[in-house]
Design a protein around this ligand. Structure first.
Ligand code: SAH
Ligand code: SF4
Ligand code: F3S
Length: 447
């Protein structure tokens, strides 16, 4: 049968969808390029904020008609909404045939078969203490970057966050399994690897910790760039920074979620670091890697957040000058501790704070980007620019997008680009020369 997977949420879900695709390919199904052409339609869902869930509810409702026209179509809900919503989904959306949580994907091919035979709804949202899909290879679409999941679940229990409930306990994959997957990705032509986990730096497998794993991945021939996301500030250590400095193929770019700049709010969020510890950490990163870019996540309007406390967040943002920030209005997640707090912040206040924060960060991003004008940077060519078919878009080691005329460069080439201007979040420049062989050639030379 032909299948189609629509993916929502974070990169972990993107990686999981590729895993599911690998499973279905392996059992004789084929990927459809359009949802309309598929006999199996899977939605890999996200529950991080209310808006994400609403989007999926709406999208699922649209499938009802499709199912009416062709009852043989199988509709499955995977991922982070599965556990919380399994009853609700089957009651209000009876056309959904299967609900599978993030630890139940291994059963998918069998369940597809059973569902065909029995016409029963199938629900499996049990979470596992062990499942890491270590022996399975994802089916990736052709591209530059291979998302590689190194751990699953989360034990941090930040009071706002639903992930520990939707994805269960933290567990790490074996080093050998991860390295084998990276080697396979290189064989398939990928040149960049991004190691994924909700807390990548609390990775631990039989005594191997995250910095050691990073070294093992950096040693895989043909891996030109390595990124990782997201580390938790409390689990950062000097050894990790040393490993980043020591290996040219580990990008000097860190996504370091701050969440809030007030100690009282951080404590209430159960973030386990203080404002000054976070600031010192950023200073240490910059002392060791002056070129390292730092991005962050921030929540405004967490329950009980006073205006002065929001101002403290703004102060940290201004003091540290992040390269970019993902900013969110706090969203109540039923079942989490913060959902029970009685001092919820009104939406108008959250909205106002969000807009203020976005404006402050935007100005900082523009200033930081402007410092690149006149410089030469190494860019990995990744895709065609959205604005012009005559231009490429690629990223610097520090994760900045750069747009430039194609000239003779090809996707996966490393090129040296002179930055001429910076408009908005992207930099514009022109190619000076190709840095070295194209990666395709380098790959053939290695392999
Ligand atoms: N594991 C990562 C983040 C995972 S979720 C970490 O610990 O940093 C991505 C981001 O979504 C979080 O960093 C947080 O800023 C935001 N987020 C999580 N729960 C939220 C909620 N209930 N409301 C608003 N934003 C939320
Ligand atoms: Fe959620 Fe906190 Fe775990 Fe990140 S560390 S996934 S924010 S509970
Ligand atoms: Fe969403 Fe689940 Fe990721 S809740 S953000 S898809 S871990």
């Amino acid at each position: 049968m032909r299948y189609f997977i629509e993916t929502y949420g974070c990169q972990m879900n993107v990686a999981d969808s590729e895993l599911v695709a690998g499973l279905l390919d392996g059992s004789g199904h084929r990927r459809a390029t359009r949802l309309e052409d598929a006999q199996i339609i899977l939605f890999n869902t996200c529950a991080i904020r209310e808006k994400a869930e609403k989007t999926i509810h709406n999208r699922l409702s649209q499938l009802a008609r499709l199912k009416e026209n062709d009852p043989s179509i199988l509709i499955g809900v995977l991922g982070c909404m599965a556990k919380h919503l399994s009853d609700d989904l089957l009651e209000s959306k009876p056309y959904v045939d299967m609900v599978l949580g993030p630890d139940s994907y291994r059963r998918l091919p069998q369940l597809v078969q059973d569902r065909k035979a029995e016409q029963e709804h199938i629900v499996d949202t049990r979470l596992s203490r062990f499942e890491v899909y270590d022996d399975m290879f994802p089916s990736r679409r052709e591209g530059v970057n291979a998302w590689t999941s190194i751990m699953r679940g989360c034990d941090k229990f930040c009071t706002f966050c639903v992930v520990p409930f939707t994805r269960g306990r933290e567990r790490s994959r074996s080093v050998a399994g991860i390295v084998a997957e990276v080697e396979e990705a290189v064989r398939q032509g990928f040149v960049e690897v991004t190691l994924l986990g909700q807390n990548v730096n609390s990775y631990q497998y039989e005594g191997t910790r995250f910095p050691d794993l990073l070294e093992s991945v950096a040693a895989v021939p043909g891996v030109r760039r390595i990124r990782y996301t997201s580390p938790h500030p409390s689990d950062m250590d000097d050894r990790l920074l040393d490993v980043m400095v020591a290996h040219d193929n580990i990008c000097e770019s860190i996504h370091l979620p701050l969440q809030a700049g007030s100690d009282r709010i951080l404590r209430r969020m159960n973030r386990s670091y203080t404002r000054s510890e976070y600031i010192r950490l950023v200073e240490r990163i910059r002392a060791v890697m002056p070129e390292c870019t730092i991005s962050t996540d921030i929540i405004v309007g967490f329950p009980g957040e006073q205006d002065v406390e929001f101002q403290e967040t703004l102060q940290v943002v201004e003091q540290l000058g992040f390269d970019s920030a993902f900013t969110f209005k706090y969203s109540i997640r039923p079942g989490t501790k913060a959902a029970e707090y009685e001092d919820q912040v009104p939406d108008e206040v959250k909205q106002e704070r969000l807009e203020q924060l976005i404006a402050v960060q935007k100005a900082i991003t523009l200033v930081r980007n402007r410092t690149y004008v006149g410089r030469e940077v190494e860019v990995l060519v990744e895709k065609e620019s959205k604005k012009s078919s005559l231009q490429w878009a690629g990223r610097t080691d520090g994760n900045k997008w750069v747009v430039f005329d194609k000239e003779s460069a090809r996707i996966k080439d490393f090129v040296k680009v002179h930055i001429d201007t910076s408009h908005g979040v992207a930099l514009q420049g022109h190619i000076i020369n190709a840095v070295d062989l194209s990666c395709q050639e380098a790959y053939h030379a290695v392999g």
